[in-house]
Design a protein around this ligand. Structure first.
Ligand code: GLU
Length: 316
């Protein structure tokens, strides 16, 4: 008898603010799925942005998740302790001739892209990099990272050519075309159950194949002037290193998955399944923000909410 591979889920918050109902939804969905599949649930602290990460927010993450009734494996992976692993991945891409140093300032890019009306933008809304530094003589990534002060970009045209067409991922979420825009404005999750989304995700092997479209990101930054790894490189390295089989996260990261698939392919990393869930909105139909203190889990707790109230509000 062949034993089925144990599935691994993770919740990966950034400690740059207090968790709100949207985080609770993501964390509980991962936790419930792991439990229902007999799988593992990991918590990962995504704190590569040393300018914004704060110890009190990390402590609050542990406290809020424990209050919600979650339990996770120890030790918790903290990205700030693994910059070496991300640097090795960058060096690998460098050896393939796929990255280059860029010392453009934001104002340089704004000037270059203002010359043309309707300059294309990436899914985050930033103008696509005009390629100013792409043709400059290349320096080894190791050297660039050691010196700092310069960003490393992926040469998207080369990378896409190398990867070829046909990169896909398996998506358990709702993939109607209207949702491909990123942020979704539906109300809460009653349909999580009705759409059969959870049933589908529990059943490894189902889902829809989605064609990755990494070119929409242009020559994306993989290491910043002040941070030696971007979210994109750290997340694919960690998901692979931690053996994550299922990435369950918000629809605001749907488009990023195209880029993550490309990086996984280039780095020879296995591809997890994905489920991009709806975002929890506030009463005005707006996306919840860490900067709005009143929607933080701890604020709700102070107002007398229980974990059961949280589950009821988010439909889980
Ligand atoms: N750290 C990211 C965030 O807090 C989530 C990344 C992911 O789930 O891939 O938005």
């Amino acid at each position: 008898m062949t034993s089925k591979k144990q599935r691994v889920f993770r919740f990966a918050p950034s400690p740059n603010g207090y968790l709100h109902l949207g985080h609770a939804y993501s964390a509980l969905l991962n936790f419930d799925l792991a439990r229902d599949c007999g799988g593992r649930f990991l918590l990962r602290i995504e704190d590569i942005d040393r300018g914004r990460a704060r110890p009190e927010f990390e402590a609050a993450i542990y406290e809020d998740l424990a209050w919600l009734g979650l339990d996770w494996e120890r030790p918790v992976r903290r990205q700030c302790e693994h910059f070496g692993a991300y640097a090795r991945a960058l060096e690998r891409l460098d050896e393939m001739g796929l990255i280059y140093a860029c010392d453009c300032k934001r104002s340089d890019i704004a000037r270059a892209t203002a010359a043309q009306a309707h300059w294309p933008r990436d899914p985050d809304g930033s103008p696509l990099y005009p390629g100013t530094c792409r043709t400059k003589p290349r320096r080894p990534a190791r050297e660039v990272l050691a010196k700092g002060g310069v960003a490393l970009r992926l040469d998207m045209r080369l990378a896409s050519t190398l990867a070829g067409r046909g990169l896909t991922w398996r998506e358990f979420g709702d993939v109607s075309p209207s949702l491909r825009g990123g942020v979704v404005d539906e109300a809460i999750q009653a349909r999580t159950h009705s759409s059969g989304l959870l049933r589908c995700a529990r059943n490894d092997g189902e889902g829809t194949a989605i064609a990755a479209d990494p070119a929409q990101w242009g020559d994306v930054v993989l290491a910043r002037k002040d941070t030696p790894a971007s979210y994109h490189i750290a997340v694919v390295v960690d998901d692979a290193l931690q053996g994550v089989t299922d990435v369950v996260r918000g629809k605001d990261l749907f488009e990023a998955t195209s880029l993550h698939r490309l990086l996984q392919h280039l780095l020879g990393l296995s591809a997890p399944n994905y489920l991009h869930h709806d975002l929890i909105m506030d009463e005005k139909g707006e996306k919840l923000a860490k900067s709005v203190a009143s929607t933080a889990l701890r604020a709700l707790r102070t107002r007398g909410w229980t974990p059961a109230d949280v589950r009821r509000r988010i439909g889980l």
